[in-house]
Design a protein around this ligand. Structure first.
Ligand SMILES: Nc1ncnc2c1ncn2[C@@H]1O[C@H](COP(=O)(O)OP(=O)(O)OP(=O)(O)O)[C@@H](O)[C@H]1O
Length: 312
């Protein structure tokens, strides 16, 4: 595959009637990594993906693949493989014959059908009829069709939907390996937890607007767990912790010290060594799914500083 293909969406807008389904959305999907496209139902994910793939004409803005709109790609199936809707399969046809039909439609030889089946681990069922396929097998077959043209980009709408944990683990490994080889991957989901372990970056949309764009690592860092400490001398404890290199400590409105980047035992040790009494200590748990929900509840609609994508 030709590696290094960027997906770029700029000011993308789609109105159905007077209501914008997608409202001035901008983001970049870099190669060599997996990007999650997140938002609750109706947030505008599918409409955005359809515009990226030339299936819906934007009301405004641009969506490009390797710098060109999808409709201007010379051999699109060799650049981008996409799975948007559930694959419609003829019940009596085998997995292999389905793939051969799709292969011939994009000008690929029959041999590519067998290769694509192997890539998704369906060799053993190549000659089984589609009406005997489980949902997971159908999802893999849909992925195999997307891979027929040996594309550098994969765009998958809700690929984890309906997969069991084993299926999700398999998909994770597959997509991560595709990205490691230089591929560009964009997958949508309405559940962060479902793709949290798979993606390197996230683009979050809410009510058609960009709510967040950044790496998973940054998202985790910004919302990392803190330890809340009730101490006799919070300011003194903050100074003692800073002397040990623990500098992220803030006194809260209730007088407790909120400390990030240190374990409870370490904090207790520093307090005791400094002669500062501690009355209570609680480790906060951060649930990223809750963070995601708060971003998409409709109030939060601005990208964080440093990311472009807001309205001009
Ligand atoms: N062809 C259409 N005509 C009118 N409205 C549409 C059309 N397609 C989508 N919409 C509306 O645009 C909004 C965004 O829909 P979209 O399918 O893009 O969201 P989504 O994030 O993919 O959600 P879901 O996961 O439920 O598919 C919704 O309010 C939807 O009802």
């Amino acid at each position: 595959m030709a590696a290094g293909v960027y997906l770029e969406v700029h000011g993308l807008t789609k109105k159905f009637g007077s209501v914008p389904a997608v409202d001035y959305v901008s983001f970049v999907v870099p190669p060599g990594s997996v990007t999650g496209f997140l938002g609750p139902n109706g947030a505008g994910k599918t409409t955005t993906l359809r515009m990226l793939l030339g299936l819906v004409t934007p009301s405004a803005g641009t969506a490009t693949i390797g710098g060109r709109p999808f409709r201007q790609l010379d051999r699109p199936a060799n650049v981008v493989g996409a799975v948007l809707d559930s694959l419609s399969l003829h019940p009596k046809r085998t997995a292999l014959s389905h793939l051969k039909i799709f292969a011939s439609a994009i000008g690929e030889p029959d041999s590519r059908a067998q290769q694509a089946l192997s890539l998704v681990g369906l060799d053993d069922v190549a000659r089984r009829r589609a009406d005997t396929f489980s949902l997971g097998m159908r999802q893999r077959l849909a992925l195999a069709t997307a891979l027929l043209g040996n594309p550098s980009v994969l765009v998958l709408d809700e690929p984890a939907n309906g997969l069991d944990p084993e299926g999700i683990a398999w998909l994770r490994e597959f997509l991560r390996s595709f990205a490691r080889n230089g591929g560009t991957v964009l997958i949508s989901s309405h559940i962060l937890r479902e793709i949290e372990q798979t993606v390197d970056n996230v683009v979050i949309v809410s009510r058609g607007r960009l709510a967040y764009q950044g790496s998973m690592a940054d998202l985790r860092r910004a919302h990392r767990a803190r330890v809340l400490v009730a101490a006799a001398d919070p300011a003194g404890l903050a100074t003692a912790l800073a002397a040990q290199g623990i500098t992220d400590a803030q006194v809260q409105f209730d007088g407790r010290l909120a400390i990030a980047g240190a374990a409870e035992a370490q904090i207790a040790y520093v307090a005791s060594a400094s002669g500062i009494a501690i009355f209570g200590m609680i480790a906060e748990q951060v649930d990223l799914e809750q963070v995601f929900l708060s971003m998409t509840s409709g109030q939060f609609a601005a990208p964080p500083p440093g990311y472009y994508g807001g309205r001009p």
